[in-house]
Design a protein around this ligand. Structure first.
Ligand SMILES: Nc1ncnc2c1ncn2[C@@H]1O[C@H](COP(=O)(O)OP(=O)(O)OP(=O)(O)O)[C@@H](O)[C@H]1O
Ligand SMILES: [Mg+2]
Length: 544
């Protein structure tokens, strides 16, 4: 300093933002991304069309899909993408809500920052508010049992109601409920629904209403030979991870044939070997074979002659599902196959779906095997139906696992908001301000639902508050009639975890962004690996 020489600690060209500027930019980026998904919320929300550099199109209403598909540059915006991803893995629904709430928490924080409230005070207030909010949510939740099909179906319908799949929500809700109930297990006295046990297969064609649940496994393969039976009852199933082919010698081999009869006996020998393989299978009593490897044409012919149904080049994951569902053991070496390795299903059948032939393995030994075949007019429709169906499966699973549900449509959010304001008054100090802002932020849910439905959000909020102050906790925004109504009666119900997780991940992300007061990025990018914030952040910085 004395010599007037600046001390350089960062590489030349390094971009650095500090203090208020850094914070403001981060907050603005996060709010911008929340704004982007906000218009998709609720039954009256719109969809987004996402086009990638190759021109591939995804049309969706699903918050997490939008967040994953859009390429965000800004580091704070990337943190918002994480909010959606966490919500998706933990609960499977409510991703739009979580992102929106994180954005709104930051927006509210901004007004406090402008009043010179320190970010750490805001953080601690937000943390207290989040804890309290979860407590209140638990208090206003209702218990439901796994046998309450009617309510569980309403939960599935609520998740589906905000998607383009909503026209078929009755059918899809039925399917989701059936599928989840099939796979629920009791582990250490707790109900667990592992959705990995539900296989979802997409086949373009037909209509959404052709979507069906199959109690068993769907193998995306046809029977190997036209003469094989179309259907096998009382199927005894062999799973092979071995080719029914003549092995090629590993080294270059020369066979010299000097006599025409030799070629004949050579081919005969080959045929005999294949026939022996088939005989070996038949001797175990198997009448269905799934092979992960190939099946020689001649072997197919012999199998068909014996009335054995066979499919080849079955995917490894499908083989594992078959193993679990039928009780069969995957055999690596045909020699080792015995009747003990066979699995069982009541029916194995080739079914034509659109242009494709699939194999349905139904009424398996393990009744927990379930598959859903999703149909729809175009690829985009099938994809979006599958995403919506996943939401429905998740909410049913979480509702069963936790056994607690809350009313949706902004009812729970309004109740939380009002109760938090009461709580804030008891806290006092500067944290009180932050808790109040947290309470305000929660109103983004009913406000956005109303806005997206073309209703006046102010009128709606005033009315909602009025009802809730009268103790009518279940009142939310009825987007269809445009009035405030009892959501329990309306059947708009969500598992409690959608709410608690949204509060958790939104609060964490907001706090994390609020605590950053220094953003350092090297312009060159070179060795660091992490990409520096490019154009977009520069734009938002200059707009300061
Ligand atoms: N019939 C209805 N009337 C009013 N609100 C509804 C109705 N059905 C659902 N909602 C509300 O819509 C919101 C959910 O909207 P949406 O499904 O678009 O977003 P998300 O669940 O937050 O995110 P995503 O489904 O994309 O992961 C919830 O607040 C829910 O209570
Ligand atoms: Mg949803």
């Amino acid at each position: 300093m004395m010599a007037g020489q600046p001390i350089l600690i960062l590489k030349e060209g390094t971009k650095r933002e500090t203090g208020r500027n850094a914070m403001r930019n981060n907050i603005e980026a996060a709010i911008a991304i929340a704004e982007a998904v906000r218009s998709t919320l609720g039954p009256r929300g719109m969809d987004k069309m996402l086009v990638d550099s190759l021109g591939d199109v995804v049309i969706t209403n699903d918050g997490v899909t939008i967040m994953k598909e859009i390429e965000v540059e800004h580091p704070a915006a990337k943190m918002m993408v994480e909010v959606a991803k966490t919500q998706d893995t933990e609960v499977g629904d409510g991703t739009t809500t979580a992102v929106m709430l994180a954005g709104e928490l930051l927006k509210q924080a901004q007004t406090l920052l402008d009043q010179n409230v320190h970010p750490t005070v805001i953080s601690s207030g937000y943390r207290m508010a989040a804890e309290k909010a979860k407590e209140i949510l638990d208090k206003i939740s209702r218990k439901i049992s796994i046998n309450d099909d009617e309510t569980l179906k309403k939960i599935a319908k609520t998740a589906l109601g905000s998607k383009s799949a909503s026209m078929s929500k009755d059918l899809l809700a039925d399917i989701s409920l059936k599928a989840v109930k099939k796979i629920v297990e009791e582990v250490d006295g707790k109900l667990v629904a592992d959705l990995n046990n539900i296989q979802v297969i997409k086949k373009q064609g037909g209509s959404i209403d052709d979507t069906q649940i199959i109690e068993g496994v769907i193998v995306d393969k046809e029977k190997a030979h036209p003469d094989m039976p179309d259907i096998v009852k009382n199927a005894k199933i062999a799973l092979l991870n071995a080719a029914l082919e003549i092995k090629k010698p590993e080294i270059d081999t020369n066979i010299q044939i000097r006599d025409p009869t030799m070629i004949h006996s050579f081919l005969e020998e080959e045929e005999k070997m294949l026939k022996d393989m088939v005989d070996k299978i038949a001797s175990t009593g198997a009448n269905v074979v799934f092979s992960q490897k190939g099946i020689d044409d001649m072997a197919q012919h012999f199998l068909a002659k014996k009335g054995i149904y066979a499919a080849r080049r079955v995917k490894k994951s499908d083989m594992e599902k078959l193993e679990k569902a039928t009780g069969a053991k995957i055999v690596m070496n045909l020699e080792d196959l015995s009747s003990n390795d066979l699995g069982y299903a009541d029916k194995v059948e080739e079914v034509k779906i659109g242009e494709d032939h699939l194999t349905f393995v139904t009424e398996c030994r393990n009744p927990k095997a379930v598959s859903i075949l999703v149909r729809g007019g175009t690829e985009h429709v099938v994809d979006e139906i599958e995403r919506s169906l996943q939401d429905a499966l998740h909410v049913v699973a979480k509702a069963i696992e936790d056994g607690k549900v809350v009313p949706g449509a902004g009812a729970a959010a309004t109740e939380l908001s009002l109760s938090l304001k009461d709580y804030a008054a008891t806290v006092g100090g500067r944290e009180q301000l932050a808790i109040e802002k947290f309470a305000d932020a929660l109103e983004i849910v009913p406000r956005t639902l109303a806005e997206n439905a073309g209703l006046d959000p102010i009128d709606m909020l005033i009315e909602l508050r009025k009802y809730h102050k009268e103790g009518k906790r279940d009142y939310g925004v009825d987007v269809i009639s445009g009035k405030v109504y009892d959501m329990w009666k309306e059947g708009v119900i969500e598992p409690i975890r959608v709410g608690t997780q949204a509060i958790d991940s939104a609060t964490e992300a907001a706090i994390m962004i609020l605590r950053i007061d220094d953003v350092i990025a090297s312009k060159g990018g070179g060795a660091g690996g992490a990409k520096p914030p490019e154009k977009k952040s520069e734009e938002s910085e200059s707009s300061d």
